[in-house]
Design a protein around this ligand. Structure first.
Ligand SMILES: Nc1ncnc2c1ncn2[C@@H]1O[C@H](COP(=O)(O)OP(=O)(O)OP(=O)(O)O)[C@@H](O)[C@H]1O
Length: 251
């Protein structure tokens, strides 16, 4: 059997009294376009943070291409491109400087990092940002910059937390195309999203997370079965509460 692009084994994270992730195991096949879906607070961000070296697990292990993320973080980070939820650092830099800087941090020569930055800004429709610092970008511009930073060093596995949130439809289309091309070239994409329609159209594999556990995983067709993914998701996690409620709304 080929080594999974990413393997999460018995991950656990507890915050105070909250078990954010409880014994979560998941294999993500090489070359897959993998969607992680789950209701708010299900543990997606916490799992992906532990999987990518951003948050220390209380227990369990994460492997990327067979490399232990926590034992060999620098090797794992060469393979991984990560777009975390929210822009956490370096927002006093301009987007172009930031992308070049991240490329160099990941070992690219300056001229290569600059060339890739220019190409990424072009496809992400960010060529006219000038010297404006990232802190002054719109949410969508910052998200696209973060995506560029995840891709600039040419990773084999890209992990994206909510890549389409706050992004305009044209940019979302560009991002989808970039990610699809990446997968067509043999890369693996792991993304979390609340937009079931997007996940169903884009992802060939999906995992449904609820209360810190994987409750269904497989190909998107297997998980959805004879329903739409949205219907299957509602069946698995419940949570449609409107019947008879909020009758005052709009009256
Ligand atoms: N730093 C933290 N401190 C305390 N509790 C946290 C922290 N991070 C996450 N949690 C809790 O862990 C649980 C899982 O949160 P997480 O952000 O992983 O969920 P999620 O599936 O990504 O949710 P969403 O879809 O709303 O982004 C939630 O109950 C959340 O309140």
């Amino acid at each position: 059997m080929t080594t999974p692009a990413m393997s999460l084994q018995h991950l656990v994270k507890v915050f105070g009294n909250t078990v954010a992730v409880g014994d979560l195991s998941l294999d993500i096949p090489q070359g897959s376009f993998f969607g992680m879906v789950g209701p708010n607070g299900a543990g997606k961000t916490t799992s992906l943070s532990m999987a990518t070296g951003l948050l220390i697990p209380d227990r369990g292990t994460a492997y990327v291409d067979g490399i232990d993320v926590w034992k060999n973080p620098s090797d794992a980070k060469q393979i991984l491109g990560v777009m975390p939820d929210g822009m956490r650092v370096f927002d006093r830099m301009s987007g172009p400087d930031y992308l070049t800087y991240v490329g160099m941090l990941r070992g690219l020569p300056k001229d290569v990092a600059r060339k890739r930055t220019a190409e990424l800004l072009e496809v992400l429709d960010l060529t006219d940002v000038g010297k404006k610092i990232i802190a002054d970008y719109s949410a969508g511009m910052a998200k696209k910059t973060a995506l560029g930073a995840a891709l600039v060093h040419g990773p084999r596995v890209v992990v994206l937390d909510e890549p389409f949130e706050s992004v305009d439809p044209v940019s979302a289309g560009n991002i989808r195309q970039i990610l699809q091309a990446f997968v067509n070239n043999g890369g693996t994409v792991v993304l979390s999203s609340h937009v079931m329609d997007t996940v169903e159209k884009l992802c060939d594999h999906v995992a449904v997370i609820n209360q810190g556990h994987v409750i269904a995983a497989g190909t998107t067709a297997e998980v959805a079965g004879d329903m739409t993914l949205d219907e299957r998701f509602a069946e698995l996690v419940g949570g449609r509460h409107l019947e008879g409620g909020l009758s005052w709304l709009g009256n």
